[in-house]
Design a protein. Structure first.
Length: 141
């Protein structure tokens, strides 16, 4: 089992046009923001079916390249993340390149494995950003 959470720079855009349903609008809202913005952090925690953690480290946080001068964001989200301890200068200077991370994650056995079960909460954006970095492309329309 893998529990996942992400940090991302908020919501900066709203889709325009006509939508088939509220669900379609919500997906287009997610899609346009995930396509425009960059993931800031991904957290993964590993456990077995009983919720027991393996010995040693079972949770990792991956901090990605993010530059407050160059990358788009919603100010309120950045303020919340800063208050929560995100160190944006370190992300700018030491952050992981998403393409490099995606290559390693794809070959790790964590994704594309039927035996792995994913756990998350309120995670549309989390999976949107994960799909974006794994495919190195925008989300499907």
């Amino acid at each position: 089992y893998v529990a996942m959470d992400t940090e991302f720079p908020g919501v900066v855009a709203r889709p325009i046009g006509e939508f088939r349903s509220n669900a379609d609008y919500q997906y287009q809202l997610l899609r346009c923001n995930v396509d425009l913005l960059k993931i800031i952090q991904l957290g993964l925690t590993f456990m077995n079916e009983q919720g027991e953690y393996p010995p040693g480290t079972s949770t990792w946080q991956f901090n990605f390249k993010f530059n407050l001068t160059e990358d788009m964001y919603a100010q309120d989200s950045i303020e919340l993340l800063t208050t929560s301890g995100i160190q944006f200068k370190k992300h700018e200077e030491e952050g992981i390149e998403t393409q490099y991370f995606a290559e390693l994650l794809m070959t790790s056995g964590v994704v594309l494995c039927e035996g792995v079960k994913w756990l998350s909460f309120h995670s549309g954006y989390d999976f949107g950003y994960l799909i974006k970095i794994l495919t190195n492309s925008n989300l499907p329309e």
